[in-house]
Design a protein around this ligand. Structure first.
Ligand code: GL5
Length: 801
């Protein structure tokens, strides 16, 4: 891409302001500047994209297609500027113009097309695929409304629509000429043609137009631009609706709902059905496109499709891609079952992101039939053939066939379909991949062990360090140069500074400065004043019982009661920072949010506490907010019940920014611990084996611990005895934990958690030691760059090299 001097960039900016925004530099707003900068970038991106496409066709390389119902891309302006090599010049020009670059960039709305880690991972992966120069595109849905905007009113979560498309979204290009037709519902009839082959005809289907919007994905300093293609649902213009205008409007609205919301409320039957339609909408439009482009570009028979395309499905949500590709290959391309199946099973690879039972999708047969009866027929046949194969080839597994079946009890098991139809099944951290093999999918592992592998997650260090934390980036650049920008593992060179007092002090200064920035954000958002010299202890992630925000708050209650008991007690001042959205119909999660606020209200205003503990909940946690939080974190709370967090990626983001993890041996924490060494992390609690053992034996005696352990009882009783206000929610949480025998082992791990906090705070008193721990975390974090992860996917699964 073109490099600009300051003068050239400024001239270009002036030109864009005049031509696109009808204004001048003297008289411009931040909004004008934002769009003008985007326009400069977009020219560069489009140019590079054309060239990337051309080289790729010429080179005839295999392409990875990453299918995901979520892409949590956040703002793109800074990362696009960085990757295009224009961030410094743009910052300088804006500063010279007397503008605050951060304010200009904040004109962009977060594209919140995702829920949590899974969606953010997809975004990091796209960044790494392009930055490593691979040919790979993302495919998702252009939800009109992203994940809801969270407001907190009197401590209660309120959900508002996330109207991220209210302003023009500068990065997308609508490609109506590449729209696809996706057919839903109707009936299928079959007949035998003159060669004795079945021919299927579809009737009375509802056709929806899938319109692509392409967003360029800019590689770092390599002129590569891949695409993220987001599909939007529209009513085809040739649908007449009997000339009735009202009918047509209603019809239009119905169709547009398919790409209306991210995760429409799945607490209702209607919401669930819509979600299923969304899944089919995504895969059908995408796979039709891939086949069409393959035929047009390469002029080769479709039997070679898998040589040029690999499809990675991000969790089970895009699993209908498997029967959809079968359908296209058989019904439209005329291949027989075996030929089609051989292509499909060389094309698809599946990543599992959770073992939580509620997230392993199961769809009633009736609903799948309703979405597309032909797709159901194909799934049915896949199932029958698979069960027969197990029966014949694995006599030892005959009694397991009912468990292995893709369809059982009138339900389609999406993870089983994904495993059967894919050549690779991977977990997202070493421990998780082992659990999948040993427990979750053990029966499948026994018959197809070669499919199973691990790819530990990663995060893009470009966004999570280079743009989010410029202070630390400069410090590192001054110390070891910029080799780590392209080879993040080179961060280990920082080891040279492990005993360098001056470097360690600088590191501490950078952290303090980042804490000041966050302090301002906290004040603006909540009105709470926090002390930048207190320890910033951070837990930011989706709200879920297994992530145990409740354990965190119970510990805060314990600390508070200790202070009340003995106000002169010496404790290290701390600011506990939370950020979390609860799924709209997840009542317990919402009650936990309420409790955090209630505890905060009391603790923050109690004179006895005297500002030694503050509790802060930052509403509407999203990518942009995370970019302010990660650089300021000192303690990274990763306290899930062992075995339940597949990997976690917030743990990696905080580690990379110098926070020390305080967590369980779960997910990628295990690998963090291995890398930094036990002395640079605070580990507590049950191991995953212990948890699984308890689970297999009906749990542990929660009530007994509660009755006999004073610390546990004290914290729990605070919920019941109205210490933090009279609210049904707190009572409910108390009974919820005890009457369900504490399935997330809160009480079992409580004491270990209290103790590890004591150890951590004792360690914090030794500033040099703490800074060394922080440095050790940073310098080892290159291993968790998504560049490493993508390199492994590309080599082991996608075979792009
Ligand atoms: C998740 C897991 O819960 C995380 O542990 C994991 O890091 C992430 C990416 O692999 O996937 N699964 C999921 O549905 N969400 C996740 O964050 O939202």
């Amino acid at each position: 891409m073109k490099t600009y001097s300051k003068t050239e960039f400024r001239e270009r900016l002036e030109m864009k302001l005049t031509n696109k925004r009808n204004t001048t530099l003297e008289d411009t707003t931040d909004t004008d500047l934002f769009y003008a900068i985007c326009s400069i970038l977009k020219d560069e991106i489009n140019q590079a994209s054309v060239e990337t496409k051309k080289t790729n066709i010429d080179r005839k390389k295999r392409q990875i297609n990453y299918l995901s119902m979520e892409f949590l891309i956040g703002r793109l302006i800074e990362s696009n500027l960085l990757n295009a090599g224009l961030l410094d010049v743009c910052n300088e020009v804006l500063t010279e113009l007397g503008r605050d670059p951060k304010k200009v960039y904040s004109e962009e709305n977060d594209a919140g097309l995702g829920n949590g880690g899974l969606g953010r991972l997809a975004a990091c992966f796209l960044d790494s695929i392009a930055s490593l120069g691979y040919l790979g595109n993302g495919f998702g849905i252009r939800y009109r409304y992203g994940l809801f905007e969270q407001r907190i009113v009197n401590g209660t979560q309120i959900e508002l629509p996330d109207n991220w498309l209210q302003e023009v979204y500068p990065w997308e290009t609508r490609k109506i000429d590449e729209a696809m037709h996706v057919n839903f519902g109707g009936e299928v009839s079959s007949e035998v043609d003159e060669h004795g082959n079945f021919k299927f005809t579809y009737h009375n289907q509802e056709t929806v137009l899938a319109v692509p919007y392409d967003v360029g994905v800019v590689g770092y300093d390599n002129d590569v631009v891949n695409q993220l293609r987001l599909w939007s649902a529209e009513l085809p213009s040739d649908v007449i609706d009997h000339g009735n205008y009202k009918n047509r409007l209603e019809h239009m609205q119905n169709v547009e709902r398919i790409s209306g919301f991210l995760y429409p409320d799945d607490s209702t039957e209607e919401g669930r059905f819509l979600r299923l339609k969304q899944q089919y909408f995504l895969v059908s439009s995408t796979i039709q496109t891939l086949i069409k482009q393959f035929k047009e570009k390469y002029n080769l028979p479709v039997t070679q499709f898998h040589e040029y395309h690999c499809i990675q499905i991000n969790d089970t949500h895009p699993t209908f891609g498997i029967p959809e590709l079968m359908r296209i290959l058989m019904d439209e391309e005329g291949l027989g079952w075996n030929e089609a199946w051989s292509i499909v099973t060389k094309t698809f690879a599946y990543t599992n992101h959770t073992i939580m039972q509620e997230a392993l999708e199961k769809w009633p047969v009736s609903q799948v039939q309703k979405v597309n009866p032909r797709i159901f027929m194909i799934i049915n046949e896949i199932n029958e053939r698979f069960c027969r194969e197990v029966y014949e080839k694995h006599p030892e597994m005959r009694d397991k066939i009912a468990d292995l079946a893709v369809i059982s009890n009138n339900v389609v098991h999406m993870s089983k379909l994904a495993i059967v139809g894919s050549f690779s099944v991977n977990g997202v951290a070493a421990l998780h991949s082992e659990i999948i093999k040993d427990h979750t999918f053990n029966d499948f592992y026994r018959i197809q062990p070669e499919k199973f592998n691990n790819k530990t997650n990663g995060i893009t260090h470009r966004r999570w360090l280079m743009t989010a934390n410029p202070g630390l980036t400069h410090l590192i650049n001054d110390a070891i140069g910029d080799v780590w920008h392209k080879s993040p593992q080179e961060l280990t060179q920082l080891m040279r500074y492990y005993n360098d007092e001056s470097f360690l002090n600088h590191l501490a200064d950078v952290k303090l400065e980042n804490k000041r920035v966050l302090k301002e954000v906290i004040y603006k958002k909540t009105g709470i004043e926090v002390d930048e010299n207190s320890v910033f202890d951070v837990q930011v992630k989706r709200l879920h019982e297994y992530k145990r925000q409740l354990l965190n708050i119970l510990h805060i209650i314990y600390l508070y009661n200790e202070i009340k008991r003995k106000p002169s007690i010496r404790i290290q001042p701390r600011t506990f920072i939370f950020g979390a959205k609860a799924a709209p119909s997840y009542h317990i999660a919402k009650e936990i949010i309420k409790l955090i606020h209630a505890v905060g209200n009391v603790v923050n205003n109690d004179k006895d506490v005297d500002n030694r503990i503050k509790v802060v909940f930052l509403e509407n946690y999203n990518v942009t907010l995370a970019e302010d939080i990660m650089p300021a974190a000192e303690i990274s709370e990763q306290i899930s019940t062992a075995s339940m967090e597949a990997s976690g990626t917030g743990n990696m983001k905080m580690m990379m920014n110098g926070a020390v993890t305080l967590g369980t041996m779960d997910g990628a924490n295990v690998e963090i611990a291995e890398l930094v060494g036990k002395e640079n992390i605070f580990i507590f609690g049950l191991s995953s084996e212990e948890v699984i053992n308890y689970q297999n034996n009906g749990g542990y005696q929660a009530e007994a611990i509660y009755q006999t352990d004073g610390r546990v009882k004290g914290a729990m009783d605070a919920l019941k005895n109205e210490q933090f206000g009279r609210d049904f929610a707190f009572n409910n949480l108390y009974y919820h934990v005890l009457t369900n025998n504490d399935p997330y082992f809160l009480l079992k791990d409580f004491n270990a958690y209290v103790d590890i906090h004591l150890t951590a705070m004792a360690t914090y008193q030794d500033k040099k030691k703490w800074n060394q721990m922080s440095l050790m975390n940073i310098l080892k974090s290159g291993q968790f760059s998504s560049d490493r992860t993508i390199q492994q996917y590309a080599t082991d699964i996608w075979k792009l090299v």
